[in-house]
Design a protein around this ligand. Structure first.
Ligand code: PNW
Length: 479
């Protein structure tokens, strides 16, 4: 037989299919029943954060946060966008709970605005602010959706002097965390302390891209990092001291995810080394109850100062680790480097989603789980965020055909299933995000939601990806 072009070959196949001709009974492509089923009891959910969705910035006695100040400073956010109104979830939370319900998810990860509860960060409590969260939690439970609460997702009370530069902020955080667990602990069983150390420390105080927009020298910026992890540790202790037995405590961390360039033992080993060193200021310090010597040596005179006893708190055992996973970093073994590995720079042609930082590498969600479990033997892992921005367009017919988001999610969940199949202790997955919202310095220019939000009318429209996710949740399986 002469060689056929690919096009001709396709035509032949199509003709055979129409005629029902000579294809084997179990043809290629026939589904293998439940090949990608997740375990019974696996939890599906969505994530949001207070400042990104609530709005109601001045309602009922809420105090200003660093993000109110930052977003109202000219030139800091895209188009001067602020979270003053955002998705107006402060008033529309019942509608948002119905969105969750129609997706069929079992869980919802949300955060609490510290300055809604303590307008000055410490001292006088604002009962009306706390009451909002009581109502949201009750509404979720009435709809059989389990709340997972993040205590700090970047909106720091502006009244706290020096922000995260001040060690006292870590103490204030623990007080606030203890207070909230006393109020919600009868109904909420899962708390996360902080979200993404690197974003609220380095991006805020070293790079200046996030609130408060500072560009401090290394020594001071490293001290900010230390106050961040100290806040986490003290809060773990405060939550445990103020909640009923059985309350699960963890955090949500965007640890750098190292993917071996080729899946061979030497590169896999390189990925593990990179996981420790590349997360040394944050997750490694929590998991090991100490800074790695290599980190302290690397920072030299700029290394953070810490008090004796800090690491008793920082190294507090956790019930789970939450991982926010979006992108990979490729790594290879390198016998010539002191740590035994080298990072692969991305070629300029490397593809990304609508946000330029969101490079595509769906195997990162597998390696993120695997590296953390292999290196530190954690008891339980959740994916606390995963998702993508997309240039969504609402058609006149009222549809959003976000096939690129579906592509991104399908590939990530397929890779996540591999981690489950290999027995890693993965308990659940929270998709970022339930609805389009205030995307920090990108304002409203980047959409991450399963629901399209018209920010003029606040109308929510489910996208194709919402329909797709509903199917995944209903089948407990990724196709
Ligand atoms: C996370 N980066 O932030 C946050 O937890 C969310 O609040 C946010 O909306 C979401 O991811 C999407 O951005 C990140 O530049 C922001 O690598 C930036 C980066 C990573 C995570």
């Amino acid at each position: 037989m002469r060689n056929m072009t690919r096009r001709e070959f396709g035509k032949t196949l199509a003709a055979a299919a129409v005629a029902g001709a000579a294809l084997p009974k179990f043809a290629f492509g026939a589904p293998v029943a439940e090949a990608r089923a997740f375990p019974k009891g696996f939890l599906w959910g969505c994530s949001t954060a207070a400042y990104q969705v609530e709005g109601g910035a001045q309602d009922d006695g809420r105090g200003p946060s660093n993000w109110d100040i930052f977003s109202h400073t000219p030139g800091k956010t895209h188009n001067g966008d602020t979270g003053d109104v955002a998705d107006d979830s402060y008033h529309r939370y019942k509608e948002d709970v119905q969105l969750l319900r129609s997706l069929g998810v079992q869980t919802y990860r949300m955060s609490i605005s510290w300055s809604r509860v303590f307008p000055n960060g410490t001292g006088q409590m604002n009962a009306k602010g706390m009451d909002y969260y009581n109502r949201v939690v009750d509404e979720l439970l009435a709809n059989r959706i389990t709340p997972y609460i993040t205590l700090f997702h970047w909106d720091l009370p502006a009244a706290l002097p020096g922000g995260w530069q001040n060690r006292n902020t870590a103490l204030a955080f623990a007080e606030y965390a203890g207070f909230v667990t006393r109020k919600l602990g009868d109904r909420v069983n899962h708390f996360m302390t902080t979200n993404e150390f690197t974003c609220f420390t380095d991006l805020g105080y070293r790079v200046g891209q996030f609130a408060p927009g500072l560009q401090l020298p290394a020594k001071e910026a490293n001290q900010v990092r230390h106050h961040g992890i100290l806040a986490h540790g003290l809060a773990v202790q405060a939550i445990r001291a103020n909640s009923p037995r059985g309350t699960q405590v963890g955090l949500a961390e965007n640890a750098n995810v190292y993917v071996p360039v080729i899946e061979t033992p030497e590169h896999i080993d390189a990925a593990r080394r990179a996981t420790r060193m590349g997360n040394a200021p944050f997750l490694t310090a929590l998991m090991e109850g100490a800074y790695m010597n290599e980190y302290l040596e690397q920072e030299g005179a700029n290394a953070p100062h810490f008090a004796p006893g800090d690491f008793n708190a920082i190294g507090s055992p956790l019930d789970f680790v939450g991982l926010n996973i979006y992108t990979p970093t490729y790594v290879r073994a390198d016998a010539n480097s002191p740590m035994g590995y080298a990072l692969e720079p991305a070629p300029t042609s490397y593809p990304h989603m609508a946000s330029p930082w969101l490079t595509i590498g769906p195997e990162c969600i597998y390696w993120g789980v695997r590296n953390v479990c292999d290196v530190w033997k954690v008891p339980a892992v959740y994916i606390t965020e995963n998702g993508t921005s997309s240039d969504d367009v609402l058609t006149p017919a009222g549809r959003v055909e976000d096939t690129d988001r579906v592509m991104y999610l399908r590939n990530h969940l397929t890779n996540l299933h591999r981690a489950v199949a290999e027995g890693y202790p993965l308990k659940g997955y929270f998709l970022w995000s339930l609805l389009d919202n205030f995307e920090w310095a990108d304002g409203y220019s980047k959409r991450f939601g399963l629901h399209y939000v018209d920010f003029k009318t606040q109308k929510r429209t489910p996208k194709l990806s919402a329909e797709w996710y509903r199917t995944v949740v209903a089948r407990n399986m990724v196709e």
